[in-house]
Design a binder for this molecule. Structure first.
Ligand code: SAH
Ligand code: SF4
Length: 358
């Protein structure tokens, strides 16, 4: 594989300041990248030509190109993005709340958005329900390739740099399997003179690599975590998530208990509901027991079927009964409304479709 050129988006502001002289140039570059979403050196009007030429030899600006885009009626936009080496991955623009207007039609509150980002091309974990897993693992994303997803989607949606946005690391790949690049991207997102997306607005979702949950906790970045639990006993969980054999449910729960959590916040447990697999009340009962000592919130997700899968979407009535049981037993629980259900909602599905068409 040819060597990939690093990007200007690989650097924290401090690193960039050490790299370009005089120091105020780094501030200008940061502003071009994260306030103006520049994707070429030509756009950076106030930088000297010589500096731009020098930088262009070593670094590209934005390493991503939009190759496909599907927009859903609910405002969700799913992007297929191409990397420098021609590989592709996905990022999703999610509308969480509509714009609020008063009677006179004035804006009281702007619409709220969340960006779902990928951390790898493919994934090593191999979950049996997940389309991303079917293609195996290709490579980790660099920090810049993670950061650029947010820049690219904000730019494409004319979302001003000072508008708030949340990030969920729930796209393709297992974030904790690419921990160093992930941690660096989290820091770059946080930069005050960059995108200024605080750690509390960033949620890392993991299939449960318990030792890496500890490592992430030790880094003390201040991010939230979401655990993709999906099953309450190790037998079923190992069927759904093969690496559960090495990182079983108990080890995950213990790691979560050690994780530094903002006391006002809860740890999110994602529970993918699959018909006749884990949608019964006996499972709900075990889930309540498992989460007894944790300040948890459960997010029930409808399994989203795709051609060739052995699993089925659960019945709505079973979903509601499951939720009711949890709520009646003191657990906060939401059902994830299937955003973008008419496009290719679950991870890996747009990529699969586009490649199938080529
Ligand atoms: N690898 C991490 C990051 C997110 S994976 C993790 O597993 O937590 C992407 C998300 O998509 C996970 O929450 C997973 O449960 C969900 N997902 C995967 N396949 C799905 C499907 N077919 N239907 C619905 N959700 C799915
Ligand atoms: Fe990887 Fe997450 Fe898909 Fe499992 S669900 S294969 S961990 S991306």
């Amino acid at each position: 594989m040819s060597q990939l050129k690093p990007s200007l988006m690989d650097f924290t502001q401090k690193e960039l300041t050490a790299l370009v002289k005089p120091a105020f140039r780094a501030k200008q570059i940061y502003s071009w990248l994260y306030h103006n979403y520049a994707s070429t050196y030509e756009e950076m009007k106030n930088l000297p030509k010589a500096l731009k030429e020098e930088l262009a030899e070593k670094y590209i600006v934005n390493p991503l190109k939009i190759v496909n885009k599907e927009e859903s009626s609910d405002g969700t936009i799913k992007y297929l993005l191409e990397l420098q080496d021609g590989k592709t991955m996905e990022a999703v623009w999610l509308k969480m709340k509509d714009k609020q207007l008063d009677e006179a039609g004035n804006t009281i509150q702007e619409a709220k958005y969340t960006i779902c980002v990928s951390t790898q091309v493919g994934c090593k974990v191999g979950c049996t329900f997940c389309l991303t897993a079917k293609g195996g693992f290709t490579r980790d994303l660099s920090s810049a390739e993670i950061v650029a997803q947010v820049v690219t989607l904000k730019r494409d949606n004319n979302h001003k740099h000072n508008r708030k946005i949340n990030i969920v690391y729930m796209g393709m790949g297992e974030p904790l399997d690419n921990l160093n690049n992930l941690a660096k991207a989290i820091e770059i997102f946080k930069e005050d003179e960059g995108l200024c997306i605080g750690a509390k607005r960033q949620t890392v979702s993991t299939s449960g690599l318990s030792t890496k949950i500890d490592k992430l906790g030790e880094m003390d970045l201040g991010v939230h975590i979401a655990i993709s639990l999906h099953a309450v006993d190790d037998k079923l969980r190992s069927e759904l998530i093969p690496m559960n054999k090495a990182h079983n449910i108990n080890s995950i729960i213990e790691a979560v208990k050690r994780f530094p959590i903002d006391t006002r916040k809860r740890v999110m447990f994602e529970y993918l509901v699959i018909k006749n697999k884990n949608d019964d009340l006996e499972s709900a009962k075990k889930l309540v027991k498992l989460l007894t000592d944790i300040k948890a919130k459960v997010n029930l997700i409808y399994f989203n079927p795709y051609p060739g899968t052995d699993y089925d979407r659960p019945e709505k009535k079973d979903m509601l009964a499951f939720q009711e049981y949890l709520v009646n037993h003191g657990l906060l629980c939401t059902i994830r409304d299937s955003k973008g259900i008419d496009i290719s909602a679950a991870c890996g599905q747009l990529k699969e479709k586009t490649q199938g068409e080529i």
